[in-house]
Design a binder for this molecule. Structure first.
Ligand code: G3P
Length: 218
């Protein structure tokens, strides 16, 4: 499973990248706003900065919700860097835009996926990725991981090449569940990725190794 980091924060992206296991980055308008990035040109500059840090796919989301607007924005975003993936919401014009981008060889991430039917439409339009939102389904007492699993099974059954990118990941446990569900990618907060490292037996074992080494070597 690939690891993407779900943030527009450059220092967190650098820290995750330095671990050596980062495969890409996802952003969205809320994450860009959280970093205080204002205006179209500043957003574009920020995406290029991210692409210069990470050697992997970087999702950049369109703001327009109409077909013509999405095409214009998406083409501008795709032209910024070869690693840009145009992120498009799962609405009717978004599906049309994904079909258009697919024909132009522009890679896409269909976002705000909350059902297998939405994922199927995006896959039929040729989306590179679909992003089911795990945490937001859990928030309403639904089952986000079950959705990831259903989409993985559907794409496998029908042979769609679209990758399942589990989004809205909130915890280390979500990451483990995504692995079990067969997600192609999980896009995660930095803390959830770092949480994978934690195990008390590792800490106890390491302390014992060092203690035993010191006994003999001083
Ligand atoms: O990738 C989508 C993600 O950023 C949404 O996460 O925590 O706002 O539901 P969250």
């Amino acid at each position: 499973m690939k690891f993407f980091i779900d943030t527009a924060n450059l220092s967190q992206i650098r820290e995750a990248n330095e671990l050596g296991v980062l495969d890409g980055v996802t952003t969205n308008p809320s994450l860009m706003a959280k970093e205080g990035i204002q205006g179209v040109e500043n957003c574009k500059k920020h995406y290029v900065e991210i692409c210069n840090i990470v050697d992997g796919d970087v999702s950049a989301e369109v703001i327009a919700t109409d077909f013509a607007g999405m095409i214009k924005e998406g083409e501008e975003l795709a032209a910024l860097h070869p690693n840009i993936v145009v992120k498009v919401p799962c609405i009717a014009d978004g599906i049309k835009a994904i079909k258009y981008f697919t024909g132009k060889g522009i890679r896409t991430n269909c976002t705000l996926i909350f059902s297998p039917g939405q994922a199927l439409l995006a896959a039929k339009a040729g989306a590179t990725y679909v992003s089911p939102f795990v945490g937001r389904l859990d928030d309403i007492s639904s089952d986000g991981i079950e959705l990831v699993s259903k989409i993985v099974d559907m794409f496998t059954y029908y042979g769609y090449p679209t990758q399942v990118l589990a989004a809205s990941i909130r915890s280390t446990q979500h990451i483990i569940q995504c692995i079990e569900a067969g997600a192609d990618v999980a896009t995660c907060p930095l803390a959830a990725i770092k949480g994978l490292l934690n195990h008390p037996l590792t800490d106890i074992g390491l302390a014992k190794f060092l203690e035993d080494y010191k006994k003999v070597n001083g």
